[in-house]
Design a protein around this ligand. Structure first.
Ligand SMILES: *Cc1c(COP(=O)(O)O)cnc(C)c1O
Length: 406
């Protein structure tokens, strides 16, 4: 893994780092130290694996999409079904890990930001399980479009605070969570929900998510006696993508493809992007404590973003993914809202799987790529979550069996 590792200052190449107010530095140092100690500790790993298996239901299936493969007539499509995790997405992987770390640090309270609500839900669940009090920050826009998750977070005992500043989405919720951490540093652990933020969050969450790729490797060898040729994942902050890719980074024969939210198209104006495709039009910047690509206007102000899926509606991207892009180890592309809805419908009708709209970005790319490849090639696509939470969005767009309204 020599080429892809972090340097001493918490950077991947020029990306990453820890750009924070002085007061937050000791908190990040304590977290970093506890994390590195924990992953060397057999007892910690045993407890984590126990929770992955018995609380979340891991390993999640790697499922051969026979009907979809036949319909598209090209490469074999395998779907890693992270939607079958407890709480409905891959987010529980890093929530369980961080909850154990917070417990080790003697923290009493978890705070989190959330976009789609999946991370808030997973955080509220582990808070209930481990006896932490819990506050979740959520942009007002997301709060309104992800009602079921708000309801469930509250039932789990969390306080959900709608954030009314800025674009009222994920980025604004992150700022609010950082403010809370500054005000209550002693008893609080900020359970950050993706591979973004200051060091050690990107490394730590990649570690906890890498279980996805580790399972895929075993499962695909068992089912096909070969390694995959392509791995495809959607990318918001990048945690489900890093989780799938990490185990395979050193194997350069395997193509890694990330799919961002193309929204209504990647044209834009100065103030607002109609997408969240940071790799297409983003620029280098330092925001929320780390250096990466962000959607910015020419003065460096962060732009509002748009995606049909709340979980990808974010202006930044994880530093390790940005680094992998800069050295061409990953290929980056995007899917438009309308392609995402079509993919959602196709997967449901062919395989009986209702995927999260975020995941349907990866499925849309799979549907484009598979027919161009020979039949012996293997694609593994990460289905990062299940689609129940999107009912209020999908039901609005998909009126009848054959009509998709955009
Ligand atoms: C949060 C979320 C995402 C995006 O986050 P990443 O950190 O990029 O994985 C993707 N899919 C689902 C289902 C999510 O809940």
């Amino acid at each position: 893994m020599k080429n892809y590792l972090l340097n001493k200052n918490g950077h991947f190449g020029i990306f990453g780092g820890r750009y924070l107010p002085e007061m937050l530095i000791p908190i990040m140092e304590e977290l970093e130290e506890t994390f590195y100690q924990s992953i060397k500790d057999k007892k910690f790993k045993k407890e984590l694996n126990y929770l992955y298996k018995n609380y979340s239901g891991r390993p999640t299936p790697l499922y051969y999409c026979e009907n979809l493969t036949r319909k598209l007539g090209g490469a074999k499509i395998f779907l890693k079904n992270e939607g079958l995790n407890h709480t409905g997405a891959h987010k529980i992987n890093h929530c369980l890990g961080q909850a154990l770390i917070a417990k080790k640090m003697g923290k009493k309270r978890l705070i989190a930001e959330t976009g789609a609500g999946q991370h808030g839900l997973a955080t509220a669940s582990v808070a209930a399980k481990f006896g932490f009090s819990c506050t979740v920050y959520m942009g007002l826009k997301d709060y309104q479009r992800q009602k079921p998750n708000v309801f469930y977070m509250e039932r789990l005992g969390a306080k959900v605070i709608p954030v009314t500043t800025g674009g009222q989405i994920l980025r604004d919720a992150i700022n609010e969570a950082l403010r809370d951490l500054l005000a209550n540093p002693k008893e609080t652990h900020y359970l950050l929900g993706t591979v973004c933020g200051p060091h050690p969050y990107p490394v730590m969450n990649t570690y906890f998510q890498s279980i996805i790729g580790k399972e895929v490797k075993k499962q695909i060898l068992k089912q096909t006696e070969k390694l995959p040729d392509y791995l495809i994942a959607c990318v918001g902050g990048g945690s489900n993508a890093m989780g799938l890719f990490y185990e395979f980074l050193d194997n350069e024969n395997i193509q890694l493809i990330t799919v961002e939210a193309g929204g209504k198209g990647i044209k834009e104006n100065e103030r607002k992007a109609l997408h969240a495709a940071r790799f297409q039009t983003g620029k280098l910047g330092v925001v929320e404590g780390f250096k990466s690509y962000f959607l910015q206007n020419k003065d460096g102000q962060i732009k509002e973003t748009h995606s049909i899926s709340a979980g990808l509606d974010y202006s930044g991207v994880g530093p390790q993914i940005a680094y992998l892009k800069s050295i061409n180890r990953i290929k980056t592309t995007y899917a438009l809202d309308k392609e995402v809805l079509k993919a959602y419908k196709t997967l449901a009708e062919e395989e009986g799987i209702i995927a999260a709209l975020e995941s349907c970005h990866a499925i849309a790319e799979t549907i484009k790529l598979a027919p161009k490849l020979p039949k012996e090639k293997i694609i593994v696509v990460n289905c990062s979550g299940r689609g129940d939470k999107d009912y209020f969005i999908t039901s609005k767009y998909i009126k009848t069996k054959n009509l998709i309204k955009i």
